[in-house]
Design a protein around this ligand. Structure first.
Ligand code: ZN
Length: 257
């Protein structure tokens, strides 16, 4: 008897979780209403540099992400005026759980559960509507580390953790990383080689038919960098030199109307 009840409860939970994930996906891939994306800035290293930088942030610093999504969506046939709206939330005090370097499948699953728990509690800002998608942006003092840890965007749970440099000169590339992780929450997959970091041909190229092929003028958002030669690539300075390729557009359902 109890065994049956336990199994029934477990099945019910699974159905609810699966149903919720399905609903999230449908709602974030319909492109019929503007999706609210919340940026939650955090001081990653507790440094005064990051603290000062976060203090200067305003909605305007993220406007190029909205412009990028609108420009590319319209180019690919989406009619919605403003596909995403970015809302800046006050600085949080608690850092999200960290994903260990080289975590296995189980480690990643466990981390994403902890992250969901964290996000569910972090999203409540009195007097502010919670956003549909939550991005925790962790700012680092560039003097304290040469490269920031990997960022992650999750479609399940509609959230992301972005590591960024606390410096105005990097605001353009920070926004490329934010847009990339946001694309992951919509279901887009990476289009660079995990070993070399080079864009994958043809899906990771902004213009795969270009003659000559190199150097590419722009980068594809899920490759992150533009190929300069078969063995080198560089990150653009801003989202102005980034496009959404057909494969990514397909994954986030910009091309199924
Ligand atoms: Zn990625």
């Amino acid at each position: 008897m109890w065994k049956t009840v336990r199994i029934a409860v477990l099945l019910l939970v699974l159905v609810i979780v699966a149903g919720r994930a399905w609903l999230d996906r449908v709602q974030t891939q319909s492109w019929k209403n503007t999706l609210w994306v919340g940026i939650f800035p955090l001081n990653a290293d507790g440094s005064p540099v990051a603290e000062r930088y976060i203090g200067t942030l305003s909605q305007d610093d993220f406007a190029s992400i909205e412009t990028f999504f609108a420009r590319e969506a319209h180019r690919l046939g989406v009619t919605l005026d403003e596909p995403i709206h970015i809302e800046l939330y006050p600085e949080g005090r608690q850092l999200p759980p960290q994903l260990e370097q080289g975590a296995g499948l189980f480690g990643v699953a466990w981390w994403s559960l902890k992250l969901r728990w964290f996000a569910a509690h972090a999203e409540k800002v009195p007097g502010r509507t919670p956003p549909r998608i939550r991005l925790f942006v962790l700012y680092h003092d560039p003097a304290s580390l040469p490269v920031v840890p990997d960022s992650h965007g999750l479609q399940k749970g509609l959230m992301g953790v972005v590591h960024a440099f606390a410096i105005k000169d990097m605001a353009g590339s920070n926004n490329i990383v934010i847009a990339h992780e946001l694309m992951h929450t919509f279901g887009a997959t990476d289009k660079y080689d995990f070993g070399t970091g080079e864009p994958v041909y043809p899906v990771g190229f902004a213009d795969p038919d270009r003659k000559p092929l190199y150097p590419q003028e722009s980068a594809e958002i899920m490759a992150g960098r533009r190929a300069i030669s078969p063995t080198s690539a560089e990150m653009p300075l801003s989202l102005q030199a980034v496009v959404v390729g057909p494969a990514t557009a397909d994954e986030i359902r910009w091309t199924h109307h």
